[in-house]
Write a protein that binds this ligand. Structure first.
Ligand SMILES: [Fe+2]
Length: 217
């Protein structure tokens, strides 16, 4: 089911402006031969039942909360592309993940009593005309049975919805994660394992990961 979509708010647009600067400084050129279709992954049981009032692309700050989310701040940015490397403007990217205590904002998720109310848990943003998106969130943590991951859903106009998960390079549980290792093709599996680096982070103390999402036509 395609859910109703919303235009990015002012904060989203400002964060997008930051993407434009970063992209201009460090262009990454992909050739069509390098592109691997992003593998689909299970949505899992914790896609929101109801959406939070604040669901912009900054999950670290929740409207009305004085505190910032607990956890290591990360920025995740990238582009939504087709297999020829062409951007897919109009796409909407959603993410959802557990907080720093390993708790999802979901009525059936364990640990609701220790949830971090300052963490938004879910966000969405529309890509710009170059297919670019950006989120500010926290580094995902492991929870029982899973290596750290961020859930992604990408709505591509005229093409439906791709659901996948992003993983962190170097996490010791990656090799034993059943969902990640269900991706049998090594290139496809590697395409969803992303290094987090301080070098390109747009704020002190944060890390940055680049996750391009390639949708098959
Ligand atoms: Fe999950």
């Amino acid at each position: 089911m395609i859910r109703p979509l919303f235009a990015p708010d002012r904060r989203s647009l400002l964060i997008h402006a930051g993407v434009a600067v970063a992209a201009a400084v460090t262009p990454k050129i992909l050739t069509a031969a390098e592109l691997v279709a992003t593998p689909g992954q299970t949505e899992g049981p914790f896609y929101p039942v109801t959406f939070p009032p604040d669901m912009d692309n900054d999950l670290v700050r929740v409207t009305g909360q004085a505190a910032q989310a607990i956890g290591q701040v990360i920025h995740v940015s990238g582009r939504v592309l087709d297999l020829r490397g062409q951007p897919r403007p109009g796409s909407v990217v959603e993410i959802w993940q557990c907080d720093a205590n390993g708790v999802y904002r979901h009525p059936r998720a364990a640990g609701q009593g220790r949830i971090d109310h300052a963490f938004q848990g879910y966000g969405r943003t529309q890509v710009d005309d170059q297919g670019r998106y950006r989120f500010r969130t926290i580094r995902p943590v492991p929870y029982p049975g899973r290596t750290p991951h961020i859930h992604f859903a990408v709505h591509v106009p005229g093409q439906g919805r791709l659901v996948t998960q992003m993983y962190i390079e170097g996490e010791p549980l990656n090799d034993r994660d059943g969902v990640l290792n269900r991706i049998r093709d090594p290139k496809a599996r590697q395409s969803v394992i992303i290094p987090l680096l301080a070098a390109q982070a747009p704020e002190p103390g944060a890390l940055h990961g680049r996750f391009d999402i390639v949708v098959a036509a």
